[in-house]
Design a protein around this ligand. Structure first.
Ligand code: CFM
Length: 530
């Protein structure tokens, strides 16, 4: 029996029917297969997904450093999204509220009589104490159920405090996972923030936004450092170490670089429609991928000075890590890995693993859509269900004053053929025959994958890390990087190689002996007798 069948075999007929489309075994290298994705988890299954509120507040809005984002709801939602994501931020203008957790802490009486009064009070306190650039309100499940009008409160706050206040109806139940929250956050930023500034484009400066980069462990800072060395001006990072004040003017960038397609492709597409900004799918995870990406950005601008500088910076950055990478490659070549993350990293990191000689044998996502696995070309074929349809799709027209085209359209068409300009190829095309891919995997499947494939290392998140380690398999958090990072670009690849090496070669694994292998663990008596 093949591994896929072995995993599915344990399920009841009903569960089998659901899960069979979410587990794929690749018959050939890179074969684009269809996978079931972005659909409801069977109630009761222990999976690693988060909720819509988590995607909106925790992922996309939370990292904006000069914004006070208020969680309107009982305290648990605010508390459990507080400080766990390691999205680092600086405070160049003295405003960095990312360390705080703001919540209205709704209680029983607020649920019964309404929480708007408390929300108004929370906004008043936040404005008076913190003087943020903007207030954002994120709803949790009970708010939607009792019908608090957060949009009306936002309008009141705008008028009362002359401050931008944006309300997001991102109740946890609004989608099948955090992916719905990404979309809602993208829509709100596009409607109320992006393009509302007054800055005008700077000619001949080569300006960039980095989209879908959340500065986990400092990745965004490292990427920006390399781009700045080449001569680019990085205007905004969405949203790791990003700011409301900055992204108001994001429309003036020459090019949007899209790192995590899953969480922010909506803004990339909408900025293209409204302001004409082209976007390029990039990947700064992995040495070869960083090099490819830097050449593709240079190709977009086609400026000899930038092209030359790109070559110089690549040579220099690579030389600084080459010896270290050779050492770790020597230790890691031939190892195997499993990798499970949210909706983009399981692909990005496979390419870094390839640089290190590590083969990915099992991979998957928590909440990706089919295009994240199969490539952008399948988007027109994706059937929307009731859960997906309830999220608004904004249709935007070109802005009469701010729409601009940076490069000649013939060259744009050429680049579409030769680069990943406005195209994301998905994870499958970079995977090898016999690898297994699982969508929205649960804890039973995690244990089975480890038992059947015995990977040398398993990259995943906090919800499954300890289950994996208890099985004797080294695990490294690929969401938060445990306590490490950055992992982007050249220096980051070296950091990742070191951490993977330490995880696999830790002597701790040889000291673990399951007690049930050498002694009886049966305790107590049966039947009540002595
Ligand atoms: Fe994008 Fe992310 Fe990811 Fe994501 Fe996330 Fe994350 Fe992630 Mo954890 S935005 S989809 S919702 S790359 S928090 S920084 S690591 S699941 S793979």
């Amino acid at each position: 029996m093949k591994a896929r069948e072995k995993i599915l075999d344990k399920y009841s007929a009903k569960v089998f029917k659901n899960r069979k489309d979410h587990i794929i075994e690749l018959d050939e290298d890179g074969l684009p297969k269809e996978i079931g994705a972005n659909s409801r988890t069977i109630p009761g299954m222990m999976v690693s997904r988060g909720c819509c509120y988590a995607g909106c507040k925790g992922v996309v809005l939370g990292p904006l450093r000069d914004v006070v984002t208020i969680t309107h709801g009982p305290i648990g939602c605010g508390f459990y999204t507080w400080g766990t994501r390691r999205n680092k931020a600086d405070s160049p203008d003295g405003r960095n509220f990312t360390q705080y957790s703001f919540s209205t802490d709704m209680r029983e009486s607020d649920i019964i009589f309404g929480g708007e009064k408390k929300l108004r009070q929370a906004i008043k306190e936040a404005v008076e104490l913190f003087h943020p650039a903007c207030i954002m309100i994120c709803s949790t499940c009970p708010v939607g159920l009792i019908g608090d009008d957060i949009q009306a409160v936002a309008a009141w706050a705008k008028e009362t405090f002359t401050i931008e206040c944006v309300a997001f109806s991102c109740e946890g139940y609004r989608g099948v996972s955090q992916s719905a929250g990404h979309h809602i956050a993208n829509n709100g930023l596009m409607k109320h923030v992006i393009g509302t500034g007054s800055a005008v484009p700077v000619e001949n400066k080569h300006t960039l936004n980095i989209l879908g980069e959340y500065n986990i462990g400092g990745d965004g800072w490292e990427t920006a450092r390399v781009l700045k060395r080449i001569g680019y001006e990085v205007l905004n990072v969405f949203t790791g170490d990003g700011s409301y004040e900055g992204i108001k003017d994001a429309n003036i960038a020459d090019l949007n670089l899209v790192m995590c397609h899953r969480s922010i492709s909506y803004i990339a597409e909408m900025m293209k429609a409204k302001y004409g900004v082209d976007w390029l799918k990039v990947n700064f995870i992995g040495v070869q991928e960083t090099i490819r990406t830097l050449y593709e950005i240079a190709a977009y601008f086609d400026d000899p000075e930038i092209t030359l500088k790109t070559e110089e910076v690549i040579t220099d950055e690579f030389a600084a890590v080459e010896e270290g990478l050779d050492y770790y490659r020597g230790k890691l070549t031939g190892k195997t890995a499993g990798i499970f993350a949210g909706g983009s990293r399981s692909h990005h990191y496979q390419l870094l693993l390839q640089d290190l000689g590590i083969k990915t044998i099992v991979a998957g996502y928590e909440f990706a859509h089919r295009d994240d696995y199969e490539g952008c070309e399948v988007i027109p074929d994706i059937k929307l269900d009731a859960d997906n349809k309830n999220i608004e799709e904004l249709q935007l027209e070109p802005d009469q004053e701010k729409y601009r085209v940076v490069i000649d359209r013939d060259r744009y068409e050429e680049l579409k053929e030769t680069t990943e300009l406005e195209y994301y190829k998905g994870m499958f095309k970079d995977m090898k025959k016999d690898a297994i891919v699982v969508d929205d995997y649960n804890h039973y499947e995690t244990a089975e994958l480890i038992r059947l494939f015995k990977p040398d290392i398993f990259y995943s998140g906090i919800k499954d890390k300890y289950e994996i380690m208890k099985s004797g398999t080294p695990s490294w958090q690929i969401h938060s990087y445990d306590y490490s990072g950055p992992y982007s670009c050249f220096q980051g690849a070296l950091n990742f190689a070191r951490d993977s090496y330490m995880a696999i070669y830790s002597p701790a694994w040889d000291m673990l002996h399951a007690p049930w292998k050498t002694q009886s663990t049966l305790m107590g008596t049966i039947g009540g007798g002595k």
